[in-house]
Write a protein that binds this ligand. Structure first.
Ligand code: ZN
Length: 133
């Protein structure tokens, strides 16, 4: 018996579990596709791979207007889209970085961090942090 869908999805997200297309080799993340988005081959056997959390910023924006929701998302908030070194494109929040220091091509790492607290419980997700080189 396989894990319930919600637990499998959490595992894939928190541990960066992706799949590699058995035909063209492209990395598919998140693992929600039964058909390869690049070559169209049906994925009958899923080959899971754990992605390296390192990558680089492809594009970003700095949000200065407060959005709805948790006060922890107050401005300025840096939103980035990153390509991971092993493949896969992920968006998220960049932290531990001043808005005027962000650069396209900047090396970053995904870390599991607390996003906010709801009803006394921490809600975790990934945040990007700069790699100090
Ligand atoms: Zn493919």
């Amino acid at each position: 018996m396989s894990d319930p869908f919600v637990w499998r999805e959490l595992r894939d997200e928190y541990q960066l579990v992706a799949q590699r297309c058995s035909s063209c080799g492209v990395v598919i993340y998140p693992m929600k596709h039964k058909i390869c988005p690049k070559c169209g081959k049906i994925q009958e056997e899923t080959k899971e791979i754990k992605l390296n959390p390192h990558g680089k910023i492809v594009t970003y924006t700095v949000q200065y207007v407060p959005g709805p929701g948790a006060k922890e998302f107050g401005p300025p908030m840096i939103l980035v889209i990153c390509d991971l070194d092993d493949g896969g494109r992920i968006n998220g929040i960049l932290t531990d970085c001043a808005p005027d220091s962000v650069k396209i091509g900047m090396r970053v790492k995904l870390e599991l961090r607390s996003l906010y607290t709801s009803n006394g419980l921490d809600v975790y997700s990934h945040k990007f942090t700069p790699i100090k080189e």
